[in-house]
Design a binder for this molecule. Structure first.
Ligand SMILES: Nc1ncnc2c1ncn2[C@@H]1O[C@H](COP(=O)(O)OP(=O)(O)O)[C@@H](O)[C@H]1O
Ligand SMILES: [Mg+2]
Length: 290
C-alpha cells in the first residue's frame, strides 16, 4: 500500500516565495487497485505521483510505500524498485541505442544475475511484441511503439506499483488506444499490482473502478467515475470535460422536454412516457446531440 498523510509539496520561486503544488493530501493506494487521476493542468498531479517513488520528498507530511518512508535515504532504492514510472514523452525516458539494450538498462541497476536478466528481457520483448525490433534504434519506432518500449522496460523490473504520468498525451489515437489497452491488461493480469494512471482524457478512465480528481494541489473527489462524471457542471467549472454521454445526459436533464416530463410526473399524470413524438420506452429517451 502507498500511504500519504497530510502531504504538502512546495517549490521555491525565484523571488524567494514558494508555490504549493500539493496541498495537504491524505490518500491510500491499495494493493491491486487501478486508479485514474485527472485534474486541470498545473493542479499538482505529476508532483503528487513523484512523491510515490521518492523522486520528490514532501515538504510536510509522510509518504509510506509498503511501510517504507520516502524521507529515509536508506529506503529510496527499495522504494524505486517497487514503484515504476512511465512518463508522458517516451523520448525523454528512452536512453539506449537499441530496443533490447533499453529493456536491459533498467534491469542492470537491480543487481540481477545475468541469466535472470536475459530471461526477463526475452519475456518482455515477447509480451510487448518488440522482439522483431530488438536490434532497432528506439528512435525509429512510432510514438505508440516507443511508449510500449518505455512500459516494457518498467514492467521488466517487476514493480508492484505502476505509475503512468499522462502516457497517452503525446500519442495519436491509435497509440493512445494501444497504451490504454496495455494498462488495462497489466491491471487484470496481476491482482497484486496497483496502477495509477494520469490522463488529460477523462474518457480513458471511465471504466476504472476508482478515480481521483485534483484541483489546486488538493484531491477534490475520490470515488467511482460514474458518480464523479455525473457532476458535470462542477467538472466544467474546474476546466474538465466529462465523457460525452455525461454531457449529453446533463443537457437532456436541462431541456424543456425533460422539464415537462418532470412536472407532469409531479402532477401525477402517470403517462410520463407520452411525448408529442409518441411513446418512448423509459431508459431510451432521446439524447440531444452535444
Ligand atoms: N520543478 C518545479 N519548480 C517550480 N515549480 C514547479 C515545478 N514543477 C511543477 N511546478 C509547479 O507546481 C504546480 C503543479 O505542477 P505539476 O505537478 O506539474 O501539475 P500537473 O502535473 O497537474 O500539470 C504548477 O503550478 C507548476 O508550475
Ligand atoms: Mg503533469
Amino acid at each position: 500500500m502507498i500511504q500519504l498523510r497530510d502531504v504538502v509539496v512546495e517549490y521555491p520561486r525565484p523571488d524567494g516565495s514558494r508555490i504549493r503544488a500539493v496541498d495537504g493530501v491524505t490518500l491510500d493506494i491499495r494493493e491491486g487497485e487501478l486508479v485514474g487521476l485527472i485534474g486541470p493542468n498545473g493542479c499538482g498531479k505529476s508532483t503528487l505521483v513523484r512523491c510515490f517513488n521518492a523522486l520528490i520528498r514532501p515538504t510536510k507530511g509522510v509518504v509510506l510505500v509498503d511501510g517504507l518512508d520516502t524521507r529515509d535515504p536508506r529506503c529510496v532504492l527499495e522504494i524505486r524498485r517497487r514503484v515504476g514510472m512511465v512518463f508522458q514523452n517516451p523520448d525523454n525516458q528512452i536512453v539506449s541505442t537499441t530496443v533490447e539494450r533499453e529493456v536491459a538498462f533498467g534491469l542492470e541497476n537491480l543487481g540481477l544475475a545475468p541469466r535472470e536478466m536475459r530471461s526477463r528481457v526475452e519475456e518482455v520483448l515477447e509480451r510487448f511484441r518488440l522482439r522483431e525490433y530488438r536490434h532497432h534504434p528506439p528512435h525509429l519506432l512510432s510514438g505508440g511503439e516507443k511508449q510500449r518500449l518505455a512500459i516494457a522496460s518498467v514492467v521488466a523490473m517487476r514493480p508492484r506499483y505502476l505509475i503512468f504520468d499522462e502516457p497517452t498525451s503525446v500519442l495519436d489515437p491509435a497509440g493512445r488506444a494501444e497504451v490504454l489497452a496495455l494498462v488495462q491488461e497489466l491491471a487484470e493480469e496481476d491482482p497484486q499490482r496497483s496502477i495509477v494512471f494520469i490522463t488529460q482524457f477523462p474518457e480513458e478512465v471511465e471504466s476504472f473502478p476508482r478515480l481521483l480528481v485534483m484541483r489546486q494541489g488538493k484531491v477534490l473527489l475520490d470515488g467511482e467515475p460514474k458518480g464523479i462524471f455525473a457532476q458535470v457542471d462542477m467538472l466544467l467549472r474546474i476546466g474538465l470535460e466529462p465523457p460525452v454521454e455525461y454531457l449529453a445526459e446533463s443537457l437532456w436533464a436541462k431541456s424543456p422536454l425533460a422539464e415537462r416530463e418532470r412536472s407532469e410526473a409531479e402532477k401525477g399524470l402517470g403517462n410520463d412516457d407520452q411525448t408529442e413524438f409518441g411513446s418512448i420506452p423509459s431508459g431510451e429517451r432521446p439524447k440531444p446531440i452535444p
